[in-house]
Design a protein around this ligand. Sequence first.
Ligand SMILES: Cc1cc2nc3c(=O)[nH]c(=O)nc-3n(C[C@H](O)[C@H](O)[C@H](O)COP(=O)(O)O)c2cc1C
Length: 189
Amino acid sequence: MEFFDVIYGRRAVRKFKSDQVSRQDIMKILDAANYAPSGMNHQQWEFLVVSGEKKNQLGDSYAQIADGYTAGWEQKEREQFMNYARTYGGAPYIIVVLTDASKNEGIRKMNLESASAAMENLLLAARALGLGTCWMTGPLNDEAGVRKILNIPDSKEIVALTPLGYPEKFPQALPRVDPELKDKVRWLE
Ligand SMILES: Cc1cc2nc3c(=O)[nH]c(=O)nc-3n(C[C@H](O)[C@H](O)[C@H](O)COP(=O)(O)O)c2cc1C
C-alpha cells in the first residue's frame, strides 16, 4: 500500500473475521513498531501477544467494565458493544503495549510518548498488511485485573491494547473536527 493510503485507510476496527493471522505477519508488524523513535533511544516498549484462554480472560475483564458504562444504552447498541467487549470483536489476538514505569513525571512522559509512537507504527503496519486494530485504553479501567491476568510487574506501565485480526470491513473515516486545519494550525513567522 502507498504510505498515505495507509494513513487515511487506518480505522478503529471493532469486528473481526475468525481467520488466523500468521506469526510472520505479527512479527513484521512488531518489527515496524520496534523502529519507532524513542526518548534517549531507550526503545522503552514491550509487546505481549495474547491469544487463547488469556485473551478470553481479558474479554471477561473488559465486559465487566463495559457492563457498567453501557447500562443506560439502547438495548441493541448495548448488546453489540457487550459482544465486542467480551470477545474483543472476535479478533484472534490482542497486543498489549508496555513501557518502563517511572515515578519521575518527565521520564514517565518520555516513556509513554515513545511507546505511543511504537503503538502507532504497529497500527499502521497492520493496516498495510490488511489487518485491523483498535487502540484501546478502556480495558485499563480494570488495570489490576489486566496486570493479574498477564502477570505484568509494577516495573512496567501498560500503555494501551489493541485487538489484531482481519476486519469484517474497514469503517468509513470519521469527519475531521477541522478538515481544512484552519484552527489547528498556526504559522508563527
Ligand atoms: C488513547 C486512545 C484510547 C482509545 N480507547 C478506546 C477504547 O478503550 N475502546 C475503543 O473501542 N476505542 C478506543 N479508541 C479508539 C477511538 O475511539 C478511535 O480511534 C476514534 O473514535 C477515531 O476513530 P478512527 O480510529 O477510526 O479514526 C481509543 C483511541 C485512542 C487514541
